[in-house]
Ligand binder design. Structure first.
Ligand SMILES: Nc1nc2c(ncn2[C@@H]2O[C@H](COP(=O)(O)OP(=O)(O)OP(=O)(O)O)[C@@H](O)[C@H]2O)c(=O)[nH]1
Ligand SMILES: [Mg+2]
Length: 352
């Protein structure tokens, strides 16, 4: 179980912290208290009291909610560098996560990039609900924002990039032509929150693997230029490190970004996070979710999240000595499976 700055701030203790307290209590107390049977009884009591709690609907805060925040110093430096380098580019491409198209948009971006022409790349469409993605595409169109749907795993949608950028730069391109600058490359800065696939996009469009990518947030650490040709158009792309903002005013936003892997796992309590995700599935039990964990919609609807996590751990044979469910391992697995869309292609928010 990972303890976090966030959980401490929020006053909710992580499991590791509770275990540490328990260990220190045991070292002060008489030996009899350290007997496995006493500890087992304590666990049983804790489980009984948890069982008495009523199921919680996802959307409102619950005892499993935690204070999530991640804004390390390098993000402040990146913000400054993005603003400095803005004069070098013609347009900005904001990559967002199709599973959380609202929560993955940095509210500080408009003030960072000013009036620079912008396109939105809705990435990871392969992991999102296709119907929801269509709704979001419609929403952006209504707002007059140029947005394209992308799946950088297969490259679907990549071909629309240069035409989208050319269309937001139409006046500028006309002006270049009138000045005889016919083969001028399009210079585009790629921005977005961590782990949305900025570097993967660059690799995919340039058909190389020059940009470092990994399935964790905070991989790219400095601005870096890539020169390529796409659809016969010469393009210079500036990769940038992912940036969040100093405070999530709505903690559900922080939570959703933690679900999708945009927030470093170390700053969250994994088990609490998985319980929140299960609260989501409790209210929206998908067929894939039920089948994957051999649970019926009735079982899911009638059980609080911690019981679901226990059941999932048992069904997957994740047990600690004594036969108790290993909820810590099960929590990691639930989050991993959600992130890989093994629990279904899920979009966590819809346009208003
Ligand atoms: N399923 C899926 N995975 C993707 C897609 N695009 C990127 N990924 C994966 O997402 C993870 C993060 O990709 P990166 O390109 O490193 O993300 P980034 O935005 O550059 O991240 P930072 O540099 O940390 O800000 C990698 O494991 C990619 O393989 C996509 O369209 N679909
Ligand atoms: Mg990167």
């Amino acid at each position: 179980m990972k303890n976090t700055k966030g959980t401490k701030k929020g006053g909710i203790k992580g499991k590791r912290e509770r275990y540490a307290e328990q260990r220190s209590r045991q070292s002060r107390n008489p030996k009899s208290e350290r007997k496995p049977s006493a500890i087992k009884a304590q666990h049983a009591e804790a489980r009984r009291s948890r069982r008495e709690r009523r199921p919680v609907e996802y959307g409102s805060k619950s005892e499993n909610s935690q204070y999530i925040q991640w804004f390390p110093g390098h993000m402040t430096r990146t913000k400054r560098k993005i603003q400095e380098d803005l004069k070098l580019v013609d347009a900005v491409a904001e990559i967002i996560d199709a599973r959380v198209p609202m929560s993955s948009r940095n509210p500080d971006l408009p003030s960072m990039i000013g009036s620079k022409p912008r396109v939105i790349l809705m990435n990871k469409c392969d992991l999102a609900d296709p119907r929801a993605t269509k709704q979001w595409a419609e929403h952006f169109k209504k707002q007059g924002v140029r947005a394209i749907e992308l799946d950088c795993k297969t490259g679907a949608g990549i071909g629309n990039f240069t035409s989208a950028v050319s269309s937001v730069l139409a006046d500028k391109i006309e002006m270049w032509k009138s000045k005889g600058m016919v083969n001028r490359s399009l210079r585009v800065m790629i921005v977005g929150i961590p782990n949305v696939g900025k570097s993967t996009f660059i690799n995919r469009i340039s058909k190389t693997s020059k940009a470092k990518t990994e399935d964790r947030p905070g991989v790219t650490r400095g601005n870096q230029w890539f020169t390529l040709t796409s659809g016969g158009v010469s393009v210079d792309l500036l990769d940038t490190p992912g940036v969040l903002w100093p405070r999530f005013d709505d903690q559900l936003v922080g939570e959703k970004l933690a679900f999708t892997g945009a927030v470093k796992d170390d700053v969250t309590d994994t088990e609490q996070l998985a319980l929140r995700l299960l609260e989501y599935f409790r209210t929206r039990p998908t067929k894939v979710f039920c089948e994957r964990f051999s649970l019926t919609p009735e079982e899911i609807a009638g059980s609080p999240a911690h019981e679901l996590l226990d059941a999932i751990a048992k069904k997957r044979g994740m047990l600690v000595s004594g036969g108790e469910p290993d909820t810590e391992r099960a929590a990691v697995m639930v989050l991993d499976e959600f992130r890989a869309a093994k629990l279904g292609r899920i979009t966590l928010e819809l346009p208003e």
